[in-house]
Write a protein that binds this ligand. Structure first.
Ligand code: ADQ
Length: 746
């Protein structure tokens, strides 16, 4: 477009020069033409009265001359006329300009040394310019007397002015026409160019490849360079908070990061004694995202669910966190009990949660809950928009609570980079279609720049859903979806934990933890300890885990009194029937096992049905000989990775369900099918018998993997890919300003 403007400016300049030249030559020509015309007119005016004038002059009838001259001067453009005899004015009309001297005019008639019949010239007089014609009455003999005719030249000036106006108007019209024609032809050319390039890029027409070769090469070089930079960026040493911060600055110009998540990382609760306590919620999303926010700063928009949340926040619901460090803000969104019931408990946790997990619990979908889900998504989007302070914010939309938000955000903030992460599995199209609003969910997510899942399988399932339920252009090779002129990249980003983990760093040494925790639980120092850490959720396989422990005691009674299992179970979604039932079922199961195998004060299973602060969870991790993660289906499961992060002593065994996303990465864990109680109890036995060297060897491999693929790398990868997508879109935007949806060659 800039080239088109250049072209237009040059074109207008050329036109102006052309018109100037035309004007110059035209005014010269017209001047000459006027001079000639006036000389002729004077000659004609005099010729009719010439003989009478000569006779009267020769015979001295001067009085007769004046009427004859008045007759000549009747033409409105003739100012005056006179008859001269030598230097003397013999007779003249009334308006004859007295400044004109007959002597001088007569002199001109013989200026070249011999008499000439007439002399013409324009002369400046005080009243304006005049044209003077001196004509001899007796042809060629000026001494016989001559007539002088003076023409007023002001009409010539008038004519010139109107000619100039006409020329200017013609120039303006011509310029306008030229601009319109130029713009139209540039547009047509650009369209044709864009169309040809699109055909070429999509492989529909290869005939013009040679023509576009240089441009395609430049584009390919540029994209390859971006890709190389991205690869180099991802490799090269461990990811740390500082490196993540640098990545944000370098790739996304340090844009402020805004996280949209249902759960807040710090909950202010009023205690029974009136004091306010800050709680760290048991949530995998929070465990992963909080270190990222501490590194990047920005705003975390979340539901203000704590009993003292309002009084600790300002008028806009903002509070600086972490307490004492205050590196970022939480922006609390207030929900009514009806909204929380419909959006959170209803649609998200009775509908989507069981729908996405293969845990054999029927999802429930209610129209009323859907309405609240839509409204709350909008409410959160309003809060995010309120926090945005630039044109290209980086917004991290988190989880199944906000499937509609990316589209809503995209409509309101077209320049935003929207990174959406779905923390739970994405099922196959048959399963997702159970939700009456499945198409709306898929479309909502496609408002994202990048949509992340934990595993490739979840990405495949999502692509299949788009294919089945929406009109969109899928690129299965590039794992991208183009819809409404925007592209969404669908990518696996296995989530992780911070490394080094700040809770583990602050915890006592593993030896100290082992002694302290055994003392706390009333166990002998040499007792073996197993543990499970979960929100009390039916997808985590807590009952299956406890049955495996029970089966171990059945199969290997020698562990009675020598092995205990600590289950930390944080109450979760307690207003939902299914969770209340689970709570009761777990309690009954623990009681049954403890009744069967307990002796005296010793209990085979210790159930802590309460929230445990992360620092304590890490003390328990360090004290436990084994950790059993038995999810029936899990997006990732961060407990497995946290256990590895805590074991700096390279002791302990991880038993891991093969249905947790983490099983794809942690292949050195003892992997089990949690439904297979025999297999799982066998793994417990193997873990208890595993020699320290084997424990160390397995842990070393898995710990180095978690260290390398930590949560900073997880976030960094997404940010780098987002910036690459931005660059791509900018290139595509340049090429397709008149051809939306142009696919840039890879
Ligand atoms: P969750 O199912 O919440 O999240 P999970 O990965 O199991 O997450 O992590 C739970 C987190 O809560 C851990 O940080 C753990 O330490 C903590 N926690 C659990 N029980 C606790 C207790 N009793 N007391 C204190 N803390 C406790 C979802 C998906 C997962 C995915 C995460 C992150 O379901 O599959 O791994 O998001 O993407």
């Amino acid at each position: 477009m800039r080239n088109a403007l250049h072209f237009l400016v040059i074109w207008l300049a050329a036109l102006a020069i052309l018109v100037g030249a035309a004007w110059f030559s035209l005014s010269h020509t017209t001047q000459a033409w006027f001079d000639k015309d006036l000389a002729l007119r004077s000659e004609l005016a005099v010729s009719g009265a010439r003989s009478a004038l000569l006779q009267d002059l020769e015979q001295g009838r001067d009085a007769n001359l004046t009427p004859l001259l008045e007759d000549i001067a009747r033409d409105e453009r003739i100012l005056g006329a006179a008859v001269c005899s030598g230097p003397r004015v013999v007779a003249a009309t009334r308006a004859w300009p007295r400044e004109l001297s007959c002597a001088e005019l007569g002199g001109h008639l013989v200026a070249v040394g011999r008499p000439i019949p007439s002399w013409n010239s324009s002369l400046p007089l005080p009243g304006g310019e005049v044209h003077v014609s001196a004509i001899t009455l007796n042809r060629g003999v000026p001494t016989a007397g001559f007539a002088v005719v003076v023409h007023d030249l002001s009409f010539v000036a008038r004519r010139e002015a109107s000619t100039r106006q006409f020329l200017l108007a013609a120039f303006a019209i011509l310029a306008l026409l030229a601009s319109a024609v130029t713009l139209l032809s540039v547009r047509i050319l650009w369209r044709g160019f864009g169309h040809a390039l699109r055909q070429l890029a999509s492989g529909q027409d290869d005939s013009r490849r040679r023509e576009f070769q240089p441009l395609l090469k430049d584009l390919r070089d540029l994209l390859e360079r971006l890709s190389r930079e991205e690869q180099a960026e991802l490799q090269g040493g461990l990811w740390s908070p500082e490196r993540l911060k640098l990545t944000l600055q370098r790739h996304l110009h340090g844009e402020r990061m805004i996280v949209m998540a249902n759960r807040e990382p710090y909950i202010h609760n009023r205690q029974p004694d009136g004091s306010i306590r800050v709680l760290h919620p048991a949530s995998g999303l929070v465990s992963a995202l909080e270190p990222v926010m501490r590194a990047c700063s920005g705003v975390w928009v979340a539901h203000g669910a704590g009993s003292a949340d309002r009084e600790t926040a300002d008028m806009r619901g903002r509070v600086r966190v972490p307490p004492g460090e205050e590196s970022y803000s939480i922006r609390r969104v207030w929900l009514s009990p009806e909204e929380e019931q419909g959006y959170y408990y209803g649609f998200a946790n009775e509908g989507l949660w069981p729908l996405c997990h293969v845990a054999h619990n029927r999802p429930i979908f209610r129209a009323e809950d859907w309405r609240h889900y839509q409204e709350v998504n909008r409410k959160f989007v309003d809060a995010v928009c309120d926090e945005v302070d630039g044109e290209n914010p980086v917004i991290l939309v988190q989880d199944y609570h906000f499937a509609l938000a990316p589209r809503m955000l995209r409509e309101r903030l077209p320049g935003a980079t929207i990174l959406t992460f779905w923390h739970i599995p994405w099922p196959n199209p048959e399963q997702i279609s159970i939700c009456p609003w499945h198409a709306e969910l898929v479309d909502g997510l496609l408002g994202s720049s990048i949509l992340g899942f934990h595993t490739q399988q979840h990405c495949n399932n999502f692509m299949d859903a788009v294919d089945r339920f929406l009109e969109a252009r899928l690129d299965r090779g590039a794992f991208s979806v183009a819809r409404h002129d925007r592209t969404t990249l669908v990518r696996p980003y296995p989530i992780s934990v911070e490394w080094p983990n700040h809770w583990a760093q602050g915890a006592p040494t593993p030896e100290e933890c082992q002694a302290a925790v055994r003392a706390e639980l009333g166990l002998p120092l040499d007792a073996k300890l197993g543990m499970g850490v979960d929100r009390l959720d039916y997808t985590k396989g807590i009952e299956e885990r406890l049955r495996a422990v029970e089966r171990l005691f059945e199969r290997e009674p020698e562990w009675i009194g020598r092995f205990s299992f600590l289950q930390l179970a944080s109450p979760s979604r307690t207003l939902i029937d299914r969770y209340q039932r689970l709570n009761d079922d777990v309690e009954q199961l623990v009681n049954r096992i403890n009744e069967r195998f307990g002796t005296g004060d010793w209990k085979p299973v210790i159930l802590r049905r309460e929230h445990t602060e992360p620092a304590d969870v890490f003390r328990y991790y360090r004290a436990a000989d084994l950790c059993y993660v038995s999810s029936l289906h899990d997006g990732m499961n961060l407990v497995a990775k946290e256990y590895l992060a805590a074991r700096s002593d390279e002791r302990g065994v991880l038993i891991l369900s093969k249905f947790a996303g983490a099983a794809h990465e942690l292949t050195e864990a003892l992997q089990v099918n949690p439904y297979d109680i025999e297999e799982a109890s066998g793994a417990l036995s193997t873990a208890l018998h595993m020699p320290p060297q084997e424990q160390a060897a397995r842990l070393r491999v898995m710990r180095s993997l978690v260290a390398e693929f930590n949560v900073y790398r997880w976030a960094g990868r997404m940010l780098i890919e987002a910036s690459r997508l931005r660059s791509r879109e900018q290139i595509a935007g340049i090429l397709s300003s008149s051809q939306p949806g142009l696919k840039v060659p890879r």
